[in-house]
Write a protein that binds this ligand. Structure first.
Ligand SMILES: Cc1cc2nc3c(=O)[nH]c(=O)nc-3n(C[C@H](O)[C@H](O)[C@H](O)COP(=O)(O)OP(=O)(O)OC[C@H]3O[C@@H](n4cnc5c(N)ncnc54)[C@H](O)[C@@H]3O)c2cc1C
Length: 263
């Protein structure tokens, strides 16, 4: 089977900083990591490859430094890697991102299964996977917590729906978005670490893809981020009730609770 895994380089949200002047996220190599759920997507591809055979290709769209997450995917077990990179893709929203990734996927070849993380930790829209499926005209299942292959040409996918679990049969080719609950991602192996030096990350630019210039980058993005600001948790105030009789203290406490709409 031919597997494709979409991998995004994200800002480690535990070290996330917003530039106060521009309102944009400060991105640099020090605080960049592979989106955690993309590790689950990779593990799902490796497990199915172990069972059914095949190749795992990884793709990322981002600046040149995003090659680091593709190299990491190779060290975990991916066979080949593509980086979709061009200044013309900068400022893309989810629609422009999924359109560009879809054109790149068509350029690379056909795949039986495309796997994505369910959502990224730095933008969290959960839109890119389903949008790629819609652009490529294939079926998709979101938020997978279980994937198994029991019948040729089909996958059984389990997903969480509130308090329920839904079990679906998906005809291939298809796209699945993966949650952190799906599996336990493997660590890079010694063989993989050596392989990562040998396997070249192939770059794809706008000129390499059959893209409509009006649908990529900032120009192709109907959504605009007006502002990004940190959310400051409300300051807690302590109330100390001292002196007076027990009745006075009870009245004071009742008044304070009423003020908070708690009484
Ligand atoms: C107006 C606007 C301007 C923006 N400008 C910038 C900018 O200048 N620079 C910037 O870095 N971001 C920018 N963004 C954010 C950018 O749109 C998102 O990072 C991107 O579209 C993915 O959305 P998401 O992270 O919510 O993906 P989700 O849908 O939450 O991600 C789900 C999964 O989709 C896959 N995926 C998502 N993105 C990629 C990718 N790039 N490559 C491979 N797989 C992927 C991964 O498997 C991921 O786990 C901008 C957004 C807007 C709205």
């Amino acid at each position: 089977m031919k597997f494709l895994v979409c991998v995004k380089q994200v800002v480690d949200t535990s070290q996330m900083e917003v530039d106060p002047a521009t309102g944009r996220l400060k991105r640099n190599n020090a605080n960049s990591i592979m989106n955690p759920m993309d590790r689950n997507a990779l593990e799902a591809a490796f497990a199915l490859r172990d069972q059914a055979g095949g190749r795992v290709t990884v793709i990322s769209m981002g600046p040149p430094q995003a090659a680091a997450v593709l190299k990491e995917a190779i060290s975990m077990g991916a066979d080949e890697a593509y980086l979709v990179t061009d200044r013309a893709f900068g400022g893309a929203d989810t629609l422009a991102t999924s359109y560009t990734l879809s054109r790149a996927i068509e350029k690379i070849g056909s795949f039986d299964l495309i796997l994505c993380g369910q959502e990224s930790i730095d933008s969290n829209t959960a839109q890119v996977g389903p949008e790629i499926a819609a652009t490529l005209g294939m079926s998709d299942v979101s938020a997978a917590v279980g994937i198994s292959c029991e019948k040729e040409g089909f996958l059984t996918v389990e997903r969480q729906m509130g308090d329920n679990r839904e079990v679906l049969e998906m005809k291939l080719p298809g796209l699945i978005t993966c949650t952190g609950e799906l599996n336990k991602p493997r660590y890079p192996s010694i063989k993989g670490i050596l392989k990562k030096e040998e396997v070249e990350v192939k770059n794809l630019t706008a000129a390499d893809l059959n893209v409509d210039a009006a649908r990529i980058g900032m120009k192709g993005s109907p959504t605009q981020v007006r502002q990004v600001r940190p959310v400051v948790p409300p300051k807690k105030e302590n109330l100390r009730i001292e002196g007076g009789t027990a009745e006075d203290a009870a009245d004071e406490l009742t008044a304070a609770l009423k003020k908070l709409n708690l009484a």
